[in-house]
Design a protein around this ligand. Sequence first.
Ligand SMILES: NC(=O)c1ccc[n+]([C@@H]2O[C@H](COP(=O)([O-])OP(=O)(O)OC[C@H]3O[C@@H](n4cnc5c(N)ncnc54)[C@H](OP(=O)(O)O)[C@@H]3O)[C@@H](O)[C@H]2O)c1
Length: 337
Amino acid sequence: MMTKIDPASVPQRTLYTGAKMPAIGMGTFGSDHAGAEEVANAVKGAIEVGYRSFDCAACYGNEAELGEVFADAIARGVVKREELFIASKAWNDMHGDGDILLACAKTLKDLKMDYLDIYYLHWPFPNYHAPHCDGDSRNPDSVPFSVDRFMRTWRQLERLVDMGLTRHIGMSSMTIPKLEAVLPLCRIKPAAIEMELHPCFQQPELFEYVRERGIQPVAFCPIGSPERPARDTDPEDVSDISLPEMKAIAAAHGVHPAIICLKWAVQRGQSPIPFATIPEFYISNLQSACEDPLTDEEMEIIKGLDRNNRLIKGQVFLWPGAKDWHDLWDEDGTITK
Ligand SMILES: NC(=O)c1ccc[n+]([C@@H]2O[C@H](COP(=O)([O-])OP(=O)(O)OC[C@H]3O[C@@H](n4cnc5c(N)ncnc54)[C@H](OP(=O)(O)O)[C@@H]3O)[C@@H](O)[C@H]2O)c1
């Protein structure tokens, strides 16, 4: 019989609105290797074992299949809609005036829902790349970040909250300089921000900056995304789950190093959204948040593993004239134009 985890035993985060979200959810980006049916099947199993939080996005190309799964689980009484925390994201080709309402409507139709729990702006600029492109592809229409363009898009997200189409709105892949520019202009502040976070990429300044402002950091690639697309793979990248320190802590707890990544994430305060299709993996991932915590000493060891190793470098979003992927991340403390 399949292990079930009582959703009430999963730690919760309280957003600034007072709403709760599970401290761990499930990612649904099948990357370039897991098709829509495979991801939908994993989500079906995940709901049954006790997951309540799912990180979806239009550009993952599987929301219609996931919608069937959510509708079926609700119809069968496995879960109630209000017990789920459903995230989706507006893709980069939907930043234009009037686009966000259409993007959200399409997602709601596909997910078979009449509201989302959070709707993110997937990237802070309208730079589009085709699905499955390679790492060298560039779009000549790409542009640098613009506060004006961003805010015109964000205003549309704010209207979705007014209309009751999403309970919260959020941002993703932001930097401190970009947040400094846009947060004072927001009528409705982001409730959560998705950012890459794993032991080898801890982003301590951004993480603290966001938390100090009452915004929940949500961690993508929490295991170091071992199956990420080739365009996001660099020979110099470090594998979190292969580090000897991670293996030693995993051995002490009798688990896979992936589980140590997730325990560290939940205990540090971010909400990881690991992707998995294998039941053994997604069950142990959810369990990781509910039992056998890391010691303070183990947390300190992992703190020392930060290598500033960004995996999702985003070079396919570069605009004509940009130097390299570092330009996307405002590393000198100013917005790169
Ligand atoms: N906002 C953004 O721009 C953004 C960017 C990237 C990702 N995301 C979100 O974040 C989610 C997670 O990121 P990710 O999928 O790139 O990376 P990840 O969660 O760090 O890694 C997923 C990989 O780890 C493997 N895995 C999962 N649990 C495991 C376990 N217990 N033991 C061993 N291996 C395990 C999975 O294997 P199997 O595939 O074999 O099950 C999968 O290939 C995505 O699905 C997506 O929802 C958001």
